[in-house]
Design a protein around this ligand. Structure first.
Ligand code: ADP
Length: 252
């Protein structure tokens, strides 16, 4: 099962300047079902990245447990795919070889991993870019390749930390539309972190509002799919949910 469970997760950092402990995450419990798209929103410093980094296995938790498909997380692993705002594609590899890198590490033969990579590239409209190098692509296209690379690894859970924050507003909307379309087609289990409430409501099936390291509220997003900005920008349900969540974030 491609599920993600957080059980009473907590994280304390030592602040070397102040010489004190800082509680970044406190008693966070969350169950994400297979194929669900959950977004965590909250103001800067509320602990979003800390949660994601613990799930990815990059930093240890101070307390609690993380389970992926029922298995305890003890460090990084291919069962979790991660997409960050700024991440490096391998500059010396073509797009198709970047996307096929995960399957290569798993020992998938070249012809087979090229086929997997081409399938995922096609899903994101990147077929034409297969033979290009990262420095020949726009920022938006590089982010797209990053998402495709994570998907091609077929992780149990896809972890995304503000993946579209560094591209221009127009490109961001296109990438959000693409992601929601791909999610609907493939139904990966996704945990998406953002401080952008509209982005969270647009993409997610459930939004978690985080406040000072702990869960403040949970809101189901029962808006119809497929979702496009044309269909949702003037939708009253979308506006009401965004206003409700923005209110929760602003008083967080
Ligand atoms: P967000 O992603 O919501 O902006 P973070 O998870 O980055 O929040 O940070 C949560 C809290 O933990 C903040 O108070 C931040 O200053 C603190 N923090 C994050 N990383 C460290 C670290 N390596 N050492 C000390 N404090 C940290």
């Amino acid at each position: 099962m491609k599920t993600l469970s957080l059980k009473s997760l907590s994280k304390t950092y030592f602040d070397a300047y102040a010489g004190t402990q800082v509680t970044a995450v406190r008693d966070v419990s969350l169950d994400i079902a297979e194929g669900e798209f959950v977004a965590i929103v909250g103001p800067s410093g509320c602990g979003k990245s800390t949660i994601l980094n613990m799930i990815a296995g990059f930093i240890p938790a101070s307390g609690g447990e993380i389970l992926v498909g029922g298995r305890l997380v003890k460090g990084p692993g291919p069962d979790r795919g991660v997409v960050f705002q700024s991440f490096a594609l391998f500059p010396w590899k073509t797009v198709i070889d970047n996307v096929g890198f995960g399957p290569k590490m798993r020992g998938v033969p070249k012809a087979e991993r090229d086929a997997i990579a081409r399938e995922y590239l096609a899903l994101a409209g990147l077929t034409e870019a297969a033979g290009r190098y990262p420095n020949e692509l726009s920022g938006g296209m590089q982010q797209r390749v990053g998402v495709v690379r994570a998907l091609a690894n077929e992780p149990d859970v896809l972890l995304m930390d503000e993946p579209f924050a560094s591209v221009d507003a127009q490109t961001r909307m296109t990438l959000q539309e693409e992601l929601t379309r791909i999610w609907q087609e493939r139904r990966p289990t996704v945990l998406f972190i953002t401080h952008d409430v509209a982005e969270a409501v647009f993409l997610a099936s459930r939004v978690i509002v985080l406040s000072r390291g702990t869960v403040k509220a949970e809101v189901e997003i029962d808006l119809p799919r497929p979702r496009t900005w044309d269909s949702l920008a003037h939708d009253n349900g979308f506006k009401d949910l965004s206003a409700e969540i923005l209110g929760l974030v602003r008083t967080a």
